[in-house]
Design a protein. Structure first.
Length: 472
C-alpha cells in the first residue's frame, strides 16, 4: 500500500513559491549577514552533482559556444577540469550503479537500463559515509531501487531523500507526486495535468536547505555532510516527445527565445542553462556560509547526450566532436565532463588529461572522507591528481558492458580503445592518441592488440547468470 504524506512543510525557493517540503527548519536560510567561520571538520563536506544526459561538449568550459553555462564555467575556473573522464556506462541506471558502488559494469549489480534494484547486500557510498559520521542527503533521480526493495535510498545510507525512484517517472518535469523518503508527496500545483511546480526547482531547494540545516555551527561540532544532487536535467520526456515532437520540458526557453533554432533545441539549451543556474544557487549557498574551503564540489554527468526529445545532439555538438551519444560505448556515449573544486586545496583553473572513470570517483571520495572502500570495488583514488601531486596509481585498463538489446562491450588500455557493438561482431579497434574521434577501425592492422584487449575483457568481467554474454 502506498503511503501519502499530507503534512510536510513548505519552503520557498528563490525563483518561485516552490513546495520544497523537505525540512521543517525553514529559518535556516533567513540569515542576511555573512556568518562567522564554521567549525572545520576533520574531513571535507562533499557535494556530488550529477547531470542527466549532459554531453561532454555541452558546457562553455568544454568548448560550447551557444549554450550559456556561467556557473559551471566559474566552477571550472576555480577548480580542476578533466578532459578524459568516463561515465560508468552509456545509460543512466548502470552508470549510477557504477558511480555509487565503485564497481565497473563487468562486475556491477546492474548492467542495463531496465527496472531493477540494488540488493540489500550491495554497498553504496552513502552507507560508508554515514558509518563514518557524515550527514547524508540526496535529491533527484535515484533509479537504483524501487519501493519495497533493498535498493530504497533510505536503506542505502541516505538520512534525507526526495525525488524519483523510477527512471521513467523521473522524465516528468511537472510530476503529480514525488517521493519524500519512502512516502509519496503530492505536488498540489501539478494535479490534473497542471504545471505549477517544476521538479528541478524543488530538488535545488532541497540541496540548498540541506546545506543550511547541516551547517557545523548548528550542531556545535564539526560533523561533515554529503549531498548527492542527482539532477534530472537535461533528460527528455520521451512520452511527451512521442506525442508532440518535443520532449524537452522547461518553464521557459529564455534566454534563447529569439534564436532561429528549432523549438526542441531552444528548450534543450534552456534546460542546460537552468541546470547551470540551479548549480549556481548551490554554490552561492556554500559561499554565503563560508564553506568553500571545507567542501569538495564534484560535477559530472551520467552518460553522453541524447536524441530522445526531438532534439539532435549534433545541433550543439553536444558530444564535443566525439563519435556516438547516449547508449553508445564509443567516446561520445561515455566520455563526460568532470569538474572538481576544493578551494585552497585544488589549483584553480587546472586541467587534467589523465583518464579516470566513475568507479574512481567512488574511490577518491572514500579517500577524501577517510573511509576504506570495499575490497571488491574497482576504483583507484585520483586524490593525488586533485592536489597536484604525482599520480602513481593508474589503471591497466577500463572496461564497460551494456545489456540493452544486444550486449555491447568496450575497453580502453592506454591509447587503445576496443568496441564490440554486438556479441556476434568483431572487436573494433581505435588508437585514441591518433584518432580521438574513432573514425578509423585499425583492428586488421594490429591483430596482436586485438588479442590482448580480448584477453583483458575476459579477465575484467565476472560470470553472472543475470548478465550473460549472449551469443558468445
Amino acid at each position: 500500500m502506498l503511503r501519502v504524506n499530507k503534512c510536510a512543510c513548505f519552503l520557498r525557493a528563490a525563483a518561485a513559491a516552490v513546495a520544497a517540503v523537505f525540512f521543517a527548519l525553514a529559518s535556516a536560510g533567513a540569515q542576511t549577514v555573512t556568518p562567522p567561520p564554521p567549525p572545520v571538520p576533520k574531513t571535507p563536506n562533499l557535494v556530488w552533482i550529477v547531470a542527466d544526459d549532459l554531453g561532454w561538449g555541452d558546457l562553455g568550459c568544454y568548448g560550447q559556444k551557444k549554450i550559456k553555462t556561467p556557473n559551471l564555467d566559474r566552477l571550472a575556473a576555480e577548480g580542476l577540469r578533466f578532459t578524459q573522464f568516463y561515465a560508468g556506462s552509456a545509460l543512466g541506471v548502470p552508470s549510477r550503479c557504477a558511480l555509487l558502488t565503485g564497481r565497473h559494469t563487468g562486475r556491477a549489480a546492474l548492467r542495463s537500463n531496465g527496472a531493477a534494484s540494488l540488493a540489500e547486500s550491495d554497498v553504496v557510498l552513502p552507507q560508508l559515509l554515514r558509518q563514518a559520521g557524515y550527514r547524508t542527503g540526496a535529491a533527484g533521480k535515484w533509479a537504483l531501487g524501487l519501493e519495497g526493495t533493498g535498493g530504497e535510498p533510505n536503506r542505502k545510507g541516505f538520512e534525507e531523500w526526495a525525488g524519483f525512484l523510477d527512471r521513467r517517472h523521473a522524465e516528468e518535469a511537472y510530476p503529480a507526486l514525488i517521493w519524500r523518503n519512502m512516502s509519496q508527496f503530492r505536488l498540489h500545483s501539478n494535479q490534473a495535468g497542471a504545471q505549477g511546480t517544476y521538479a528541478h526547482d524543488v530538488f535545488t531547494t532541497m540541496a540548498t536547505n540541506f546545506i543550511r540545516i547541516n551547517l557545523p555551527a548548528r550542531h556545535n561540532n564539526a560533523t561533515p555532510f554529503f549531498f548527492y544532487f542527482a539532477s534530472t536535467l537535461p533528460h527528455a520526456n520521451r512520452a511527451l516527445a512521442l506525442k508532440t515532437g518535443n520532449g524537452m520540458q522547461v518553464p521557459s526557453d529564455a534566454p534563447y527565445s529569439r534564436e532561429p533554432w528549432p523549438q526542441a533545441e531552444k528548450d534543450k539549451a534552456a534546460m542546460i542553462t537552468r541546470l547551470d543556474a540551479d548549480i549556481g544557487r548551490v554554490l552561492d549557498t556554500l559561499r554565503h556560509h563560508r564553506l568553500e574551503e571545507q567542501t569538495v564540489v564534484i560535477f559530472t554527468s551520467d552518460n553522453g547526450p541524447h536524441a530522445e526529445g526531438g532534439n539532435d545532439p549534433k545541433f550543439f555538438d553536444s558530444a564535443g566532436g566525439l563519435r556516438g551519444a547516449k547508449g553508445d560505448l564509443h567516446e561520445g556515449g561515455i566520455r563526460v565532463p568532470l569538474i572538481v573544486r576544493w578551494t585552497g586545496h585544488i589549483k584553480a583553473g587546472a586541467v587534467s588529461g589523465e583518464p579516470f572513470a566513475a568507479w574512481d570517483l567512488f574511490a577518491t571520495t572514500c579517500e577524501l572522507a577517510a573511509v576504506k572502500p570495499p575490497a571488491d570495488s574497482d576504483g583507484i583514488s585520483f586524490l593525488p591528481t586533485l592536489l597536484g601531486r604525482s599520480q602513481t596509481n593508474r589503471h591497466e585498463f577500463f572496461y564497460w558492458e551494456l545489456h540493452e538489446g544486444s550486449v555491447r562491450q568496450a575497453i580502453r588500455a592506454a591509447e587503445w580503445k576496443g568496441v564490440r557493438p554486438a556479441p556476434d561482431k568483431p572487436l573494433e579497434l581505435f588508437n585514441l592518441a591518433a584518432d580521438p574521434v574513432e573514425r578509423s577501425d585499425v583492428a586488421a592492422k594490429h591483430p596482436d592488440v586485438v588479442v590482448r584487449l580480448e584477453q583483458l575483457m575476459h579477465r575484467a568481467r565476472n560470470d553472472d547468470p543475470r548478465w550473460p554474454l549472449r551469443g558468445r
